[in-house]
Write a protein that binds this ligand. Structure first.
Ligand SMILES: NC(=O)c1ccc[n+]([C@@H]2O[C@H](COP(=O)([O-])OP(=O)(O)OC[C@H]3O[C@@H](n4cnc5c(N)ncnc54)[C@H](O)[C@@H]3O)[C@@H](O)[C@H]2O)c1
Length: 516
């Protein structure tokens, strides 16, 4: 693919030497963390903030964090003192004259950042690199008025910067390749895992993660389940560290909503990123999440814990038919056999018979039963690993006899899973989420935003996803992922569910997405 972010070759020897001076402008949450990272790597760091006392407060936060690391035995006292002593607060931007690298982490305001870059150009030497930690602004737009736009790049750390390994190194249209190479190698030298991305709304992570929140909000809007139920399914079947609602509450619904809106607006209202009216209303009502004491969940002393909805115990049948010949169906069948149930596999092309369970293909169970000319059908959701998952989501067709639905529940329970019945929504929860994460990632590959390997790594290292979405789609089977999205598109008649060209291509050719 021409002009791809993945065409750059990086060389560790290009990292800034330890003697290089790093200036961090903006001493808030991110600025203090980035200062700590740079000082730990051996650089002298100049910290500046326009708010009086902010840089000193940041220095105290760094000292507290270092003291915590010493107390936990992760850092020795002498090293902690040395790191702290390398950070100096400065009180005028002109004091950053000696900086070789400036990282701005001021408030997310385009005008403020543009003015700051112009001012920095007047202060620092011509060879200094000017990097922005912006979460959402186009690097091209930030650099537009600068005299030397080639030295301006994105250097996007994740919160908390001293802990999370991912750094997105972002190129605008004018960014020089030398600058990108230096930043990439420097991030590596600082112990981070850099990925290179071309400037695009949301860069890699904030763009490719949108379906994780968007699909959960849509499932909630359709009353597939409550937040605790959907979170439980994504965590315990999908293997995600946190469910989407608990994560939105942690990030702050205001911040999460603002990022979605910014990506949606920057893409001329592409329906794939359409924000949710539920979240909009919550932000308007001050239900921001943990920080306001209430979001999708209640926090504080009197908050009651809420659990995922779980089916009560049902009797397991002596025998069951698992439809489809995918490896996933095979793993599930094995787990059922091991629990003493007689399992028959029906090939994917076989017609559906009554009393069958089948992995979701993106249709509702009801639609699939009608299409297959049967009445009783139970569909089960995707799991990260059918051999070990603790929970599984299922739905049954509207006409399905309750005793047969109960038998499917009993069979899954007998092999040690908690079973959650959700309303008969298209594509269930994990399957629909993972298919759309992979679809989004595939589009970013097609557009040359980043390589498939970098996108998968970014989603794992920046967001702790259990798998990169592209490699995960390869395991599910790209034709199945394509079919799930096609069926969602048919179900909703919405451009939000359009199959990415690369998904269509890989499904047709047998090529793997993870190596595309
Ligand atoms: N907080 C996050 O989770 C996170 C993650 C990644 C990136 N970011 C990005 O990092 C940047 C900073 O975010 P934050 O959360 O640290 O914000 P913050 O509000 O904690 O800190 C911003 C600091 O910048 C200072 N400031 C504002 N204008 C200034 C100027 N012209 N010169 C010097 N200082 C100035 C403010 O006084 C404040 O101390 C933003 O661009 C944000 O989008 C934030």
């Amino acid at each position: 693919m021409p002009d791809s972010a993945s065409n750059l070759v990086f060389d560790a020897a290009l990292a800034l030497p330890c003697e290089a001076v790093v200036a961090v402008i903006g001493a808030g949450t991110m600025g203090s963390g980035i200062a700590q990272v740079a000082a730990k790597a051996g650089h002298r760091v100049l910290l500046f903030d326009t708010r009086g006392g902010a840089a000193e407060e940041a220095l105290r936060r760094v000292a507290d964090d270092l003291a915590r690391l010493v107390a936990k035995g992760r850092l020795d006292e002498q090293a902690a003192r040395a790191i702290g002593s390398r950070i100096a607060c400065v009180h005028a931007i002109g004091d950053c004259v000696s900086a070789d690298l400036v990282i701005e982490a001021v408030v997310e305001d385009l005008q403020a950042k543009r003015e700051l870059l112009l001012e920095l150009e007047r202060v620092v030497g011509e060879r200094a690199i000017l990097a922005s930690n912006t979460s959402s602004f186009s690097i091209t737009a930030l650099a537009a008025k600068c005299r030397h736009p080639g030295r301006i790049a994105g250097f996007h750390f994740f919160n908390p910067a001293p802990v999370l390994p991912l750094v997105e190194v972002i190129s605008g249209l004018a960014t020089s390749q030398d600058v990108l190479r230096t930043l990439y190698a420097t991030a590596q030298a600082w112990g981070k895992k850099p990925v290179h991305a071309k400037s695009t709304p949301g860069f890699i992570v904030n763009r490719c993660a949108r379906p994780f929140y968007g699909e959960a909000l849509r499932l909630l809007a359709e009353r597939a389940g409550d937040p605790a139920t959907i979170d439980g399914i994504l965590r315990e079947a999908g293997g995600f560290r946190m469910g989407p609602f608990e994560l939105m509450d942690l990030i702050g619904n205001d911040v999460n909503f603002a990022v979605t809106q910014s990506v949606w607006q920057a893409t001329f209202h592409d329906p794939r990123y359409r924000p949710s009216v539920i979240q909009q209303d919550m932000v308007a009502g001050g239900l921001l999440g943990r920080k306001s004491g209430r979001g999708f969940y209640a926090y504080g002393g009197d908050a009651q814990p809420v659990c995922a909805r779980t089916e009560t115990a049902c009797e397991a049948p002596a025998a069951i038919v698992v439809h489809g010949d995918s490896p996933a169906g095979g793993t599930l069948a094995e787990r059922m056999r091991a629990s003493g149930i007689e399992v028959r596999r029906a090939a994917a092309h076989a017609t559906l018979g009554d009393g069958v369970i089948a992995q979701t293909d993106g249709r509702t169970a009801t639609q699939r039963a009608v299409d297959g000319g049967v009445r009783d059908l139970v569909v089960y959701d995707l799991a990260l690993d059918y051999a070990s998952c603790r929970r599984i989501a299922i739905a049954w067709a509207d006409g399905c006899r309750r005793d047969l639905a109960g038998a499917a529940v009993g069979a899954l329970q007998k092999c040690g899973m908690q079973v959650t019945q959700v309303d008969d929504v298209a594509g269930l929860c994990v399957m629909r989420t993972v298919a759309l994460l992979a679809n989004e990632a595939a589009d970013a590959v097609t557009q040359g935003i980043a390589s498939a390997g970098d996108i998968d790594a970014a989603m794992r290292d920046g967001l702790n996803y259990p798998r990169g979405p592209l490699a995960w789609a390869d395991d599910i089977g790209v034709p199945r992922v394509r079919d799930v999205i096609r069926h969602l598109a048919q179900h909703y008649g919405d451009g939000r569910y359009r199959v990415a060209p690369l998904v269509a291509r890989c499904a047709a050719s047998g090529m793997r997405l993870g190596t595309a």
